[in-house]
Design a protein around this ligand. Structure first.
Ligand code: UDP
Length: 424
């Protein structure tokens, strides 16, 4: 794509560093989204800086990813991992550091695109000084999340107030699925302007390897019936459901049944504790001999696992979008997912996979079995899944839609001149 715009935009992701390895604690969909959107927008001619909080003293302050696309790590609070529910207290420092950085570079950003409520707050503060348009993506809605958990954290009020304020004040909110938009309207506010632009995936990276070749590389026999989960170890991801579902599969006695649970974790940290709990359930159900935990799956191997799987299970209690579903679909693998949020948008039941009520292990077992026991149907579902992702969910397509939105907002609200902003 020819570079045409050369306008500078800031993608802000206070707690999700776009330059770090994905699959570690708290690194998941948001990090992938910001990085991929950033790189794809840069290819379309934007000068993209992605701002995040420096969470490791050894990390570089500036990382150049590709022409026109950088990650900038600002020091706000300790240069160490801080759980996201404790980051808010450092957000005002983040705002000051952002403004300092902009002054130092002597060029202003034309627009800010914020991610998650912490960044929404930062964006609203920046707007008070910079008067530039703000686009916001929630990634997760407090109003939905707090409905499904028993202990509501102290930070909840601030989060809910921020989520309402940004919906009502940002130039545009981007919902990643019609279901997420509906939740915003029902649970957050009737005011504010929302567009729907989905998340995307790399349709060249996923889908490049055949099932047979992937299995050969991973050492998985062609006749294995492979159920695959990948994602963060977090109770809300519903890993317990997939384990219990496979535990009660009709194929339970079949020597070919295999369950792979991929994802990183650190002993003693929240994800390590969840992994221990899941391993405990695997043991309790006597599933150890056909269940494996390969750990974090990096860029090189993840496409192979998706391609090798007969079915990819996304059992989340709630999911605003769910990148794993479209990555599996892009790889030609049918998905069995919870009938919630963005998964209702990406997975078309009976066409690209199946949906089941969240936490309903019997329904998941039935859906998984239907696919495992009919290999012809499985490959039909897989082909339709691939086609759906090609048509709707490529990063290039997502970036074009965002690009179009930015241009529209910049025409509506031209940025101030350099003279104005340098004094800001
Ligand atoms: N992921 C990965 N390796 C792992 C575990 C997860 O690359 O071992 C990636 C996965 O491929 C996906 C992202 O992390 O791109 C998870 O995004 P999703 O939207 O499914 O869930 P979130 O983490 O945002 O809740």
């Amino acid at each position: 794509m020819v570079a045409q715009n050369q306008q500078r935009i800031a993608l802000i992701s206070v707690h999700g560093d776009p330059a770090i390895e994905i699959g570690k604690e708290e690194a998941g969909g948001q990090n992938v989204y910001v990085r991929q959107v950033g790189e794809a927008l840069a290819k379309q001619g934007w000068q993209v800086d992605m701002f995040t909080r420096k969470a490791n003293a050894a990390d570089a302050t500036i990382v150049e990813h590709s022409p026109g696309c950088r990650t900038i790590r600002l020091t706000a609070g300790p240069e160490a991992f801080v759980p996201r529910q404790e980051i808010f207290e450092y957000c005002s420092t983040f705002v000051e550091e952002f403004l300092k950085f902009q002054r130092k570079e002597g060029r202003q950003y034309a627009l800010i695109h914020t991610n998650y409520w912490l960044s929404a707050w930062v964006g609203m503060e920046l707007k008070k000084v910079l008067n530039i348009p703000q686009v916001h993506v929630y990634h997760s809605l407090g109003a939905v999340k707090y409905k499904s958990i028993s202990t509501i954290p102290l930070i909840a009020t601030t989060r809910l107030n921020t989520e309402k304020a940004v919906l009502e004040s940002a130039e545009r909110i981007v919902a990643t699925s019609p279901q997420e938009k509906q939740h915003m309207r029902e649970l957050v506010s009737a005011k504010g302007s929302i567009d729907i632009i989905p998340c995307g995936t790399d349709i060249h990276r996923f889908g490049a390897i055949s099932r047979e070749a992937a299995r050969a590389q991973l050492g998985i026999a062609p006749d294995r019936r492979l159920v695959f989960y990948v994602g963060r170890f977090d109770p809300r991801k519903g890993i317990e459901t997939v384990v219990r579902a496979v535990g009660q599969s009709q194929l339970r006695g079949d020597a070919n049944l295999q369950l792979i649970i991929g994802g990183g974790s650190r002993p003693g940290a929240a994800d390590g504790i969840e992994r221990d709990r899941i391993e405990g359930i695997v043991d309790e159900l006597g599933m150890r001999d056909f269940t494996t935990f390969p750990g974090r799956l990096g860029d090189e191997v993840l496409p192979m696992y998706y391609a090798a799987a007969d079915v990819c299970v996304v059992p989340s209690h709630y999911e605003p979008f769910g990148l794993v579903a479209i990555e599996a679909m892009a790889s030609g693998t049918p998905v069995v997912a919870s009938d919630v949020g963005g998964l209702q948008f990406t997975v078309v039941p009976e066409e690209t996979g199946l949906l089941a009520p969240p936490q309903d292990e019997a329904a998941f077992a039935q859906a998984i079995d239907r696919i495992l026991m009919n290999s012809e149907w499985r490959s039909q579902l897989g082909k339709a899944a691939r086609k759906r992702v090609e048509d709707k969910f490529s990063w290039a397509g997502v970036a074009s839609q965002l690009s179009h939105l930015y241009q529209q907002l910049l025409v509506e609200k031209p940025t101030k001149t350099l003279v104005n902003q340098v004094s800001a």
